[in-house]
Design a protein around this ligand. Sequence first.
Ligand SMILES: C=CC1=C(C)c2cc3[nH]c(cc4nc(cc5[nH]c(cc1n2)c(C)c5CCC(=O)O)C(CCC(=O)O)=C4C)c(C)c3C=C
Ligand SMILES: [Fe+2]
Length: 414
Amino acid sequence: MADTPLQRPVTRRRLLGTAGATGLALGVTGAAAGYTAAAPSETVTPLAEVGSRREMFHVKHQPGITTPLHARGHLIAFDLAPGAGRKEAAALLRRWSQTAARLMAGEPAPAGGHDTGIALDAGPSALTVTFGFGHSFFARTGLEKQRPAALDPLPEFSSDRLDARRSNGDLWVQIGADDALVAFHALRAVQKDAGQAARVRWQMDGFNRSPGATEKPMTTRNLMGQIDGTNNPAPSDEDFATRVRVPADGDPAWMAGGSYVVFRRIRMLLDDWEKLSVTGQEAVMGRRKADGAPLTGGTETTEPDLERVGKDGELVIPLNAHARITRPDQNGGAAMLRRPFSYHDGIDDEGVPDAGLLFLCWQADPLRGFVPVQRKLDRGDALSAFIRHEASGLYAVPGGAPKGGYVGQELLEG
Ligand SMILES: C=CC1=C(C)c2cc3[nH]c(cc4nc(cc5[nH]c(cc1n2)c(C)c5CCC(=O)O)C(CCC(=O)O)=C4C)c(C)c3C=C
Ligand SMILES: [Fe+2]
């Protein structure tokens, strides 16, 4: 029997060439039929530019941590099903790893099965799938001795308004792609792979600016309109690895080369925020809204002058400005790699948007990254009047899987 298109092991990238050619041919037909061409052909952006970007799955550190921000993201947490233990978890991580490797290469999933077809015609679109383990995973699988101390529950913060049902979870998956259909395709595949072994605990969707939307590459903006992500550690920094990754001789051994991610669903009180003047908003942050430069001048990347006093005798960057109090030099060196998604989950009956930030930060140890900074923010951040932390999670994200292996293999088979 002839294969149906969905069953053939054809790469989506190969299909992309056909789609691009068809699109151009249709354009020509439209013009011939008397319609005005949308744009001169020499200004048409190649269709394959975004779709053809490919991230690798079998690499030393899991993808999706230092990968440039994705246009689209899904976060999904699972709890192991009653009766499922270490064996089922190992089989699930093996299935998930195989699926992630295939989808990230632009191939259908699962191997030998029926792909949903959602991502047909698109290339890999920089898809990444990243897997992590929550605190509760270890008791469920009898692996308590392997549970890292760094996974101890985060302290409670006075401003927390956390929803337990949308927090934590045994297993956590982050999906990112520069195309919404490619990302959703991966989400469905991950959910289907879970089968009887694990149940969805919570799931959230996010987004960032699309690649190519701005004239030149620039730091993204969040839903408050601020340039967000300027002072992130860069992989080229000397201390990047010590800040973000668990060292090769780290404890426990299965986390060597891995990282810990803190997740917070932070709602933005946009109606209140948008009532502030731009000057008021800039005082909250300590940076200019237009270009992200510190209020003491220069460009986005200029070091702020934290001591400078204005003509009114006040500090130019207020003592409670967010960008002042989050600095590593104000927090005993505490630093983290922030890699968030914005979210928007609709508008309520009063017209209030449920929108904000799926804040994700990566560090070698949350006690030397997120925790001290959040403690300080909790005590007196000018931004806190305009945000609300509504959900939280902390996950151990091991290093990448070698070819033929799966994420977490050392933990589950060690
Ligand atoms: C506990 C950690 C942090 C939380 C929670 C947090 C929430 C949050 N931040 C913004 C917007 C901006 N943050 C900026 C800088 C910044 N924020 C944190 C930490 C948390 N933010 C750090 C470590 C830094 C960098 C500090 C430094 O090294 O200078 C900025 C300024 C530009 C930038 O550097 O990215 C913005 C803007 C929002 C909107 C938010 C919650 C919704
Ligand atoms: Fe921040």
